[in-house]
Ligand binder design. Sequence first.
Ligand SMILES: *Cc1c(COP(=O)(O)O)cnc(C)c1O
Length: 224
Amino acid sequence: MQEKLNQNLISVIEKIEKARIATDRHRIVRLVAVSKYSTEEEIAALYACGQRAFGENKVQDLKTKSKILESLPLEWHFIGSLQSNKINALLSLNPFMFQSLHSLELAEQLQKRLQSENKSLRTLLQVNSAKETSKSGFMPEVAYEAYLEILESCPNIELVGLMSIGAHTQDRAVVQKSFETTHKIFEKLQNKGANTLSMGMSDDFELAISCGSNCVRLGSVLFK
Ligand SMILES: *Cc1c(COP(=O)(O)O)cnc(C)c1O
């Protein structure tokens, strides 16, 4: 298993590097290994290959896996849709980053909880750039204003950028358009402290990097 994961990781890093260098030699691209379909053993094996950042999309899974692996210095990203009744559970796990803040209502509830616990949480605003009803996140027209509003009214939410899932289609032009939409909003926010643009999954990460992503979230290509 270790050998296979190592080969997957090397091949993925080569592809990320190729896409990165073709677009922007000075950008650093973070790789978050999405472990939602993987076991603790697989995560530990990928860690042994040098991977540090992992992502989960369910609070319960993040809890179980991070507890079992707590002796390893892993960097956990929560990338799923957070229900308000799971806020406390997520905060108690002290994740490195919450990538998927999808509404003002959730921001308000999160702020309350963070404030009462005297904590802050590194967070990305999720943009539904392809405007798909199956996805959560802010519509692109309102994402910029919402970002500013949260910056102002939620001091314990440390907003550091945007996250988006590419359009769900085989049409590359449409996927590219969805990434470009998010990138445009990100550019406007760079003077407001936004430094992370999380876009790109197994099927579209090279395209996402060419559209400005500096954080890719990869599951199946790493753990296949
Ligand atoms: C599952 C998931 C990923 C990884 O998907 P793959 O196609 O397996 O790379 C990335 N981001 C989010 C939000 C996910 O839920």
